[in-house]
Design a binder for this molecule. Structure first.
Ligand code: SF4
Length: 309
């Protein structure tokens, strides 16, 4: 889709609630378990956010647990020696030591300027040392359920593919805000980031991860999985892998299918002599046959396809 075609974006009519609930239910049914997702303590969440800025999440878990064992509360951290906090940061390979200094400074601010209680809005949280708009919003969302819709690279990729938003920051911000159900930033921001993190990755895993937005998703319907951070070539490969998967799953439901019937079942824009038509389908089927997964034969002028069992 061209950017001009994306300019007039709106959510599908009358589907807003289904889109929202679909994502929340998908997230609540299963998601990656991180210990900071089990807490609503703003201090613990701030520590996790600062640590995750430069370190892979799986590695952050141990550092986060050690940090909180050593300085369990914001007042413990505020009272700590700066050198000990910086030393901890280096020992755990957490990236720029300045982040440790800022975190220590922020803890002191909470104690001195806010009487030990974290501020609860994104704007007020940004007054803390080293806390930018993204981190402030994350703490407001996950600790106080009081944030705005998160817009990061993952979220942009999802919105661009699913609803055809143009690649413009203002469009992503408006679209993300419109989608988020009022007063549910905690679950919503977790859910949409999880969708971008495990399903709508650069190479999408729509079916494999049971993406709840497949019925509305423009990329899923057309097979065009390009996104602001996805070059055309890898999208092409992702799309090809995806349609191979769809063919296998669809054939698994039938003894055999006529090729054009199969084509219509795996993509809504299938037309036998179109760009994504018979030639395209037969290319995929030949590859799958070479891999020993399907077989097909001509019968009465029709091409019949089935799984190789
Ligand atoms: S259907 Fe696929 S491309 Fe569309 S939002 Fe879901 S994971 Fe992303």
């Amino acid at each position: 889709m061209t950017d001009a075609g994306r300019a007039e974006w709106t959510l599908p009519d009358g589907e807003r609630e289904a889109i929202r609930e679909g994502l929340i239910e998908w997230y609540e049914a299963d998601h990656r378990e991180y210990p900071w997702r089990e807490t609503d303590d703003p201090y613990e969440i701030l520590v996790s956010e600062v640590m995750s800025q430069q370190t892979q999440l799986d590695r952050v878990i141990e550092a986060w647990e050690d940090f909180l064992e050593r300085w369990p509360t914001v007042s413990d951290l505020a009272a700590a020696d700066r050198a000990d906090v910086v030393g901890f940061w280096s020992d755990h390979s957490l990236g720029y030591n300045n982040r440790a200094k800022y975190l220590h400074e922020a803890a002191a601010q909470v104690e001195s300027a806010f009487d030990g209680d974290f501020p609860e809005t994104p704007a007020a949280l940004q007054e803390l040392m080293g806390v930018g708009p993204y981190t402030a919003n994350a703490v407001a969302s996950f600790a106080f359920n009081n944030g705005d819709a998160v817009v990061d690279t993952n979220v942009k990729r999802v919105l661009y593919r699913a609803f055809g938003l143009p690649d413009e920051d203002s469009a992503f911000e408006a679209g993300a805000a419109e989608l988020m159900p009022t007063g549910r930033s905690r679950v919503w921001n977790n859910a949409i980031m999880e969708l971008g993190g495990v399903a709508c990755q650069k190479t999408p895993r729509c079916d494999e991860m049971g993406c709840p937005w497949r019925e509305w998703c423009q990329a899923y319907a057309t097979g065009d999985f390009t996104a602001p951070d996805v070059p055309t070539q890898s999208a092409f490969e992702g799309s090809r892998r995806q349609f191979r998967g769809r063919i296998i799953r669809t054939l698994g439901e039938y003894d055999e299918l006529e090729a054009d019937t199969l084509g219509h079942r795996i993509r809504v824009d299938y037309t036998p002599d179109g760009e994504f038509g018979r030639e395209w389908l037969e290319g995929l089927l030949s590859d799958l046959r070479d891999d020993g997964l399907v077989e097909f034969e001509e019968s009465d002028g029709e091409l019949l396809v089935r799984l190789r069992r």
